[in-house]
Structures are given as structure tokens and as C-alpha cells.
Design a protein around this ligand. Sequence first.
Ligand code: MN
Ligand code: MN
Length: 469
Amino acid sequence: MSKGYEKILFKFKSAWDTIKENDRELVYDFSKNYKTFLDNGKTERECVKEIVKLAEKNGFINIEDFLIGREPIKEGKKIFVNYKGKAAALLVVGKDLIEKGMNIVAAHIDSPRLDLKPFPLYEEEGLALFKTHYYGGIKKYQWTSLPLAFHGVVINKQGEKIEIVIGEHEDDPVFYITDLLPHLAKEQHEKKLGEGITGEGLNVLIGSIPYDMEEKEDRVKCHIMNLLNEKYGFEEDDFIAAEIEVVPAVKAKDVGFDRSMIGAYGQDDRVCAFAALRAILEVENPKRTAVGLFVDKEEVGSVGNTGMYSKFFENMVAELISLQSDNYNDLMLRRAMAETKVLSADVGAAFDPNYPDVLDKRNAAFAGKGVIIVKYTGTRGKSSTNDANAEFLNEIRNLFNANEIQWQIGELGKVDQGGGGTIAYILANYGAEVVDCGVPVLSMHSPLEIVSKIDIYMAYKAYKAFMKN
Ligand code: MN
Ligand code: MN
């Protein structure tokens, strides 16, 4: 064997082995706060509330305050943007002008779920149910026989926003989607897994006592609507002006005898969102403007006015540049976007011993081996991928190494196994340097996803090192 082969070859290590015994407490403490964030933020609206609450507590000022008085923004200033209560940005103004580019960590705060239909309430043979339409990529069978909660808003005719969270408190009722008993499931068993439960079959059971009334039809439905009216003060047609999401009524839990992992709903992508949030809250006086970006609608293609395709972020940058310079022009905005560097903070698939065949083990990410750098995603020959530039990958690798951040690589499945995408390519369209960088997840998109506590911590350290610049 030639001399020095250990230096030439490379092995990915368990991130637990790379931290000092004492630092385990830091990792566990960080996870405690993360679990609270998950329990408080089960929808994009709730996440924005949590983000804004923490931003204000940490000295961030609403951009509106600067815009009203046309107050110039100075270096070191901490600013937040709350966009329609469903997307948010936190930034710390750099020593360099924004025109020179920003360092952005961008995560999404929407997760796969069931949404109530616009006219959801009905009764069938003495049972009242809500009709749903699923949002994002779910395996439908996973949503039956699971305690469910409702989270969302209803706007009544007077324009009041009624906030609803039911199914989370100890003495709250929960809700269920029933499954067929095995005794009578002969035909269901013969169907393909993806067809055993249908989308139109995902109706949530919500009550069964008939209302005391003269009319013989829909007495249970009427009873439920009465209860909702008494408690929340809205009527059936107000469902049309509502956004109510059905999510698992389960709190975030430690997983494993060693408590090394967390099992919870919506960790794609709130795990990266929380790591990015904690990181930006701790950034002081960066060289380049640091941004934590939290967007909606990633799970349905980043469309809509709160998704990454929306101009809200670009408009915000334009406003900021105009506050920084008296003679704003379009070129300054274009330069700012093109000179920007981005960590697209989204989760990746972790190697699963139960399903070893879908990933190429030599290029897969593993729970517990640190934050993942994903050069490309996409399907069928990298279609629709951002495919990060080698030069930028080197910069990020060196940054992580210099800051003792345990990282690994990842790929979304074997070649031609399937695939997917993130928001990476959208910011890359402006000319920004972008790479996907996030936390490996087991059971991704299931009602209870699993991540390793050490990976969350490494993601936080990685985002902080990048934003601090
Ligand atoms: Mn995601
Ligand atoms: Mn996803």
C-alpha cells in the first residue's frame, strides 16, 4: 500500500462520533426547542406566527416600519417580513450593499396534509363527516385509523378571522378516517397499495348525535353545524372562506431507547426551517446580508402568491435596495439576485434498512451522519434539477470543514427510481449559486416522519456558518 492512502480516500462518519461528550447536551437541548416549534407550528400559518414571535423577541423589526418612514436601513439592522401570514423572511443587513448579493437559507413551511373541501360537511346514515382534498404527496392508506386534528382559519361574513385548533389538547376530541375491517377487505387486499384507499374516500368522521328538530333529514349534520356555530360563531357557507387543514393529532416525540431521534408530523421541511430560524436569530453584523427565507406551497410546486415562484421575495429585495440607495434602478435588483448564494434547506431521503433497494448506498444519505449536501435532484436523467456548480460545492464543503460541521452527500433515489425536486432551481433562475442542503428523513411524507437529533444540530451549525459569512 502506498504511503498516505488514508488521506486520499474518504469515509463518512457518524456525526455522534465527531462531537465531544459534553456537547451531547447541546444537541438534546436544541431538539427540545425544536419539538416545541413542531407542536406549535403544524400549518404554514402557525409556523409564520412562531417565526415572527421569535423574530420580534430577538430584535427584528417589521419591514413596514422602515417603508412607512422611508427610514434608510443600516448595516447590522435586523428586519423581518410577514407575507400574508403564510411566508416570512428574516434578514440581517450586511456591511456590503445588498446589491453585492445575499447569503440566503431557504426552507419551506408547508407539509403534506388533507385540506377540507370548500363545502365539506355532510351526513350519511347517522354519521357526520367532512370531505377532504389531499395536499402534496401522500400515501393515502397512511391517513386512516390515525387520530386527527383540525387547524386553520374561517373568515365570517363580518370579516372576522376565526382561528381553529381542535384535537391537540389533552381533553380535546380527535377525529378519524375509518378503514375497512380485514374480515371484509378481500377486494381491497387485491388492489394495488396506491389504490386501496381513494382520495374521495378520505372523509373524516366528526359526529353521530341527531339534533332535536322537526325536519327528518340531516339531523346529525345540523347538530355538528350548531356546535361549530356556538363555539366559533360561523355558518355552513363560511366554509367557503376558510382554510382548514387536517393533520395528525400527535405531538413530537423522542424515538429510540437512546432518544437519538425525533418522530413528528411535518418535519419536511420544518426541520430545516427551525434550524435556519435559530441560525438567523443568532447572526450579528455579517459581511453580506444574511436571509432566512420561509416559503409556502413547496409541496404543490411552489406556485401561488406565497410560494417561491411568487415575486414577494424579489419585491422585498427591491424595497430594501431602494431604502439603501437614493437612485434605485432595476439593474441593482438583478445584480443582487445574481450575486446571491443560497442553501436550499430541504430534507433528503435517509437510507432505510427496511427498504435498502431504492437508494445507491454509496451515494445515499444516512440518519446520524450529518447535514446533507445534495448536488442534484430531479427525475429521469436529472430532469428539472438545479445541479449545483462544482465551484460552489467546493466553497460549501470548505466552509463546513472549517467550522467542524459533519456533512454527507445524498441523492434522491437510485437512477430512474423516481425522484423529486426542491425550490433550488427557482432562485438559481436569477443566476444565484444554489445547492440543496438539509436533514435526512426516514418515512418522509408519512404522518410521522423521523430525523436524527445530531443531523438537526449539524444543519443549524451549517446554516449559521453560511449566513454569518
Ligand atoms: Mn421538502
Ligand atoms: Mn416534501
